[in-house]
Design a protein. Structure first.
Length: 250
């Protein structure tokens, strides 16, 4: 009996090795299946939603965030997407969250652009401090007033626009209430230095010389708010004087 037990012992010693090999084989199969499953179209995100972007086009957000097409929900790194978007000066803050099973939500808080100015490159987008938030070769859509009559020689994203004729215009625009600002389509700096604004309804706001700009902006707010319910069409408002003159179209 003792001899029999001694003969069987070597076979029993091989059993742990067999168990380990089987476990490793099963683990390898699971990893391969898992890899194929994760990279399958099952995890392609069907919808990527961008919220809060009033000025940045959604398509541009996708490009900056480097969102691939199609998107694999498990391979997508929401932290990296957030970091990429925060590098853009137009973005103040952003949250990127997953809503399973098939949606990714990008919530953006934008820095407010105030105007576009023509430049040697094309157009630059500036905020109220004159910081260049973005540069565009062409403008697909215009969401803020265009400053015309001048052209900047240079300027890169992040630079400050230091132009004696632009600074007063930015002061005026930044003092306007948002609903009033949305009515301004163009601010023209004329050859003699006089400033004229044009509204989306083709009315003129004659600001005159680049002085008392904050005061003129407050008067603009008051006048356009008072006339908001008036059906008469404004030809122009002359703000050169302490008492503004309003001319209606006949």
């Amino acid at each position: 009996m003792q001899k029999f037990l001694q003969k069987r012992r070597p076979q029993q010693d091989n059993q742990p090795f067999g168990h380990v090999f089987s476990a490793l084989l099963i683990l390898l199969v699971v990893l391969i299946v898992g890899f194929l499953f994760v990279n399958s179209t099952y995890f392609n995100v069907g919808n990527v939603v961008v919220e809060g972007n009033k000025y940045m086009p959604t398509e541009e957000v996708y490009v900056i965030a480097e969102i691939p097409e199609p998107v694999n929900i498990l391979k997508l790194n929401t932290g990296q997407i957030r970091e990429r978007l925060l590098k853009d000066l137009r973005v103040s803050d952003v949250d990127v969250i997953r809503k399973f099973p098939s949606t990714i939500v990008i919530s953006i808080k934008e820095r407010r652009p105030l105007a576009y100015v023509a430049s040697s490159y094309g157009f630059v987008e500036v905020d109220k401090q004159g910081v260049i938030l973005a540069a565009h070769k062409n403008l697909k859509q215009i969401n803020v007033p265009m400053i015309t009559g001048i052209r900047l020689d240079g300027g890169y994203v992040g630079d400050n626009v230091e132009h004696p004729q632009v600074e007063p215009v930015l002061e005026y625009l930044s003092t306007l209430e948002e609903p009033i600002l949305n009515q301004i389509s163009e601010v023209n700096i004329q050859a003699g230095g006089s400033i004229v604004c044009y509204t989306v309804k083709s009315s003129q706001l004659k600001l005159g010389k680049a002085e008392r700009m904050a005061e003129k902006a407050k008067l603009t707010n008051e006048i356009l708010n008072e006339l908001a319910g008036n059906s008469a069409i404004i030809d122009y408002i002359d703000l050169n004087y302490a008492s503004p003159f309003i001319k209606f179209k006949s």
